[in-house]
Structure formats: C-alpha cells, structure tokens
Design a protein around this ligand. Sequence first.
Ligand SMILES: O=C(O)[C@H]1NCC[C@@H]1O
Length: 403
Amino acid sequence: MAKPPIPQEILSAGAAPILTVDMHTTGEPTRIIYSGFPELKGSTLLQKRADAEANHDHVRGRLMLEPRGHKEMYGALIVNDTDLTAAGEADVGVLFMHTAGYSPMCGHATIAVSRFLVDFDPESCPGLFPKRNFQLDEKTMTTALKLHCPCGVVDVTVPVVNGPHGRLQSDPARPVSFINVDSYATGIDVAILVPEEYRWPELDARTSLTADFSYGGAFYCLVDAEQLGFKDGLRSSDLAALSRATAKLRDAIVANPQYKVYFQHPSEPELGYFYGVIVRDQKRGVPAEGADGAEVGLCFFGAQQVDRSPCGSGSAARRALAHAKHGWPPEKKWTYHCFLSDDCGGLGGFSAHVVGKPAEGQDKSGRAGDRVRVRVEGQAFYIGFATFFVEATDGISASGFVA
Ligand SMILES: O=C(O)[C@H]1NCC[C@@H]1O
C-alpha cells in the first residue's frame, strides 16, 4: 500500500495520530477507533467511560465533529480490558460515542464493530484485542463474540468465510446478529402531558399524547407519528418538523419528575437516563425474508441526532414492548425499517425476535415477567480507514466544532 502522501515530520508534530476504520450500517456511520485514543483510567468499563467523558472529551469532539466528522457522526472505541473481560465474561469491550456524548448501547455499531473484530489484521494493529480467539461453528459458518458494552454483555454471532492466510473473515453477504441485554417495556400507553411551553405546531390544541417507554440497553420513548400530530404518518419531507416535535416531547418528558420512573436503570444509576425518541409508522414497511411483518421508525437520540439506521437497541426495545403490550409469541419476527431501508425496497432493515427470558437469578430489576432477550440482525459494510492528527499550531480543529 502507498505511504501517506504527507511528510512524516508533519504527521508526528502534533498530538498522537488516531487510527480508525469507518463502516456504515444501513447508512448510519460507525467510526471505529482502534489505536491512538488516550489510555483510559479505571478498572471497569463504566469508570473508563467516565474518564473519557471527564478528561478526554475533546478527543471525542475531534473525531465526531467537524472538520473530521459531522453533526450525525457516530463512533466506537475498542477497549481491550474491562471488569468483565478480566472476569472471563466478555472477550472485549467497547464504548459508543456520538456528537454530544456517549451511548449506553448501540446496535448498529455492535454489528459494524463485530465484523471488524473478526477481520482486522493483527500485524497492522499491534496490541488490539489480545484475547481474540475465534472458534468456527462449521455447521453455520459463524463465529461468536461476547462484547462488553456499557449496558452489559451482548452475544454477537458473525457469519464468516475461510479467508486467505488461514484466518476467518466476516461474510459481508450475511447479517451479523446480536442477542441484546435484557430488554423490557417500562411504560405502556402512558399519557404524557405537554405543557404550553413544550407544544409544537402539529400538536394543534391537544395538551397530551399517548406513548410507550421501553429499554433495549438504552431508554426510549416510542410514539406513533399520528400521536405527534403527523396525520400522514412518517415522511422524510417532515424531518425538520419531526425533529422540532420530538425535541419538545423529550424536553417535556425530562422536565417532569413523574416520568422519571420510565428511565431508571435497575443497577447502574449512570445508565438511567432518557436516550431517545423513536417515532413509529406501523402501517408501512416491507418484511425481510422470514419475517412476519414490518414497520418504519425514526430515532432521534442524544442531542437530536438522527439515526440513519433502524436503531438496533431501539429495535430490541420495540420488540420487547410488543411482547409485553401485545403478547407476541417469541418467534414472531419483525422487521424494523428506517427511511433509507424503506426507500431501498427493504434493503438493510433490522429484524428482531425474542430468544428467551433472562436466566433465573439474573434479575436485578424485579421485572422478570416482561424481560426478554431479543436477537437483532443487520448488515454493516466497510467504507474506509483514516489516520487523524492535529498539527501543533492548529488552534481550531483539536476539539472539533459544529458549524
Ligand atoms: O443502533 C443503535 O442502537 C443506535 N444507533 C444510533 C443510536 C443508537 O445508539
């Protein structure tokens, strides 16, 4: 491969270079950071996340925001050592980041990162994922990975082919799937009051609406487009108006202490926060092969970032909600679409079904009845790789910015 077209003295003059591989999952980017991020302090993954937030947030900004990223950028930092890798419960850890902070869970990035963890060349990435030791399931031509995400351990299955050099390679033609942490509805048909200062034009004269809340590694409010006042359902031409409406709804929810109960984490207080609003259109969507039905949704998360993908953690949250609200049988497989996958005739939708209840004794939340483990599947593709650096005299780009 050609050497970088920039003199070494420029490359090495500023902060240490950061190496990434970029992928997309149904259009949603994942910038996978595999080298050069500052060493994180702490023995648990959540302590490392807190250290990244407190002491290295400018590096997140540098990689997510302009001029190296954009306002809808998303990233994943590979963390070799966590409390659960040390305990033998996980193979490797990951921290998920977006333009405004860190995520507790991310399905689209899990799908992308897992392919990369199977594929990377150890010679080009010294020190990365030392516990890598994939076993091939020859019958299904898949390999398994236990990924320690901030919300817990996610069991990933990556389809593989036998690559050259005697190594397994991920198979881009088949979907990656993951069994999420326990997912469960936290509020069904909740009447949400919308005080005057939080109303948006499409709500008309209404002062409240009905929505559900569910957890899929992150806490979501799930609301039909019609409930928000979008009578024709979800349309991409309404994106700006949908963003305004969901921002107001989020603010109305977060401002009212009576709704806090819907986004309280049973064991980790720092994961108990409101993450996003998913607007649903349950009348549209092409089911993927083998699925029983489909719907379209649009996820606004963080500081109103728009998920281009169908949202993996949100798909688990929605499938768990259908289990609790409508009593869907576990094997009922549903395809969750975003605008892109719906526009592409169904290409790239995420399909989800329930694979079981949590094992007895693992229930820390006291909600065993409705808690389920959801398997979500989707596809991610490589789009490039990069070496990012900051010149010593560059006073503008070190922390990134939003124009
Ligand atoms: O797929 C997911 O779960 C995510 N995508 C961006 C927002 C969520 O974290």
